[in-house]
Design a protein around this ligand. Structure first.
Ligand code: NAP
Length: 287
């Protein structure tokens, strides 16, 4: 039976890896903070000491890491994933990064005879737990097909978008829209409060018409109760806004709303809210 590797057991990675284990796949995990591997050992997963140990012993290794710096460090660092990549071995990076990072990792992996697929995901902690993510893959089509049985346990829909970089771009655009929606939603809540309107009434009106959406419903209820436990850490949302604005720069596309939203997330980070949920941007908007 084939063993599959999993690097990065954060909020998303831990839920995704658990779904693979639950589905009966043999999984070997690694995480920078080794303590997070303990519960996986208890679930029957093998635990590796380095990323290279995973990639050198698995046909396909999935990575789910914080940002471009983490994705690069885990791939190119000492005893990193690249060291273990050999002919035919697959590396599937599901972290949200920029296209240039994905392309750099792809070039290095394929230069060693390996195969590369980027596959960032849309959907947060709950869809990761439920196995209902939307997977935005690009790169090696053969590896996409080979990884499909795993994707089917982690997501409800898997798209193949073409050359490496297209997945990253799609993901950044989706999150740019989400970040913009969140900041204007928070501004609406803040303005309603100053106007003396009940938040519950605003949420009810929004939910009753064309603006109804699952994010407003879920996050609106949490924000009005002051619940900011992280499902999607604010620091990652700001990273995505920053990378989307950079993509706009590169393509000479004005992104006035996204750039303004990015400033709100930056401000929230400066207020010490980096590790809270991204809806904690409300505090930057109301302060
Ligand atoms: P997270 O809980 O912060 O986990 C980040 C993971 O990256 C952890 O395993 C962490 O290791 C590792 N890491 C960070 N810096 C590292 C470094 N320099 N070297 C090695 N490992 C490093 O983040 P998450 O929410 O799971 O998100 C993971 C990725 O998915 C991000 O790119 C995020 O933008 C994206 N994403 C998140 C969501 C969401 O709702 N949460 C949704 C879609 C996409 P430690 O445990 O040692 O810190």
């Amino acid at each position: 039976m084939e063993t599959y590797g999993f690097l990065g057991l954060g909020i998303m990675g831990s839920a995704m890896a658990k779904n693979l284990i639950k589905a009966g796949f043999k999984v070997k995990v690694w995480n920078r903070s080794q303590a997070k591997c303990e519960e996986f050992a208890a679930l029957g997963a093998a635990v590796a000491a380095t990323p290279a140990e995973v990639t050198s012993s698995c046909a396909i290794t999935i990575a789910m890491l914080a940002d471009p710096a983490a994705a690069r460090e885990v791939c190119f660092g000492p005893q990193g994933a690249l060291e273990g990549i050999g002919a035919g071995r697959g590396y599937v990076d599901m972290s949200t990064v920029d296209a240039a990072t994905a392309q750099e990792i792809s070039t290095a992996v394929t230069a060693k005879g390996g195969r590369f697929l980027e596959a960032p995901v849309s959907g947060s902690k709950k869809p990761a737990e439920d196995g209902t993510l939307i997977i935005l893959a690009a790169g090696d089509h053969g590896l996409f097909d080979k990884t499909m049985p795993l994707f089917e346990k982690m997501g409800k829909k898997s798209l193949f978008l073409g050359d490496v970089g297209r997945g990253a771009e799609m993901k950044l655009i989706v999150n740019m829209v989400m970040g913009g929606m969140m900041t204007i939603f928070c501004e609406g809540l803040a303005l309603a409060e100053k106007a003396g309107l009940a938040s519950a009434d605003l949420l009810d009106v929004l939910d009753s018409g064309a603006l109804a959406n699952p994010m407003f419903k879920l996050k609106g209820a949490q924000m009005t109760q002051g619940m900011f436990d992280p499902a999607f850490p604010l620091k990652h949302m700001q990273k995505d806004m920053r990378l989307a604005v950079a993509l706009g720069d590169a393509l000479n596309q004005p992104l006035a709303s996204a750039a303004a939203a990015n400033e709100s997330f930056k401000r929230a980070k400066g207020m010490g809210l980096a590790d809270r949920d991204f809806c904690a941007v409300l505090k930057a908007i109301t302060s």
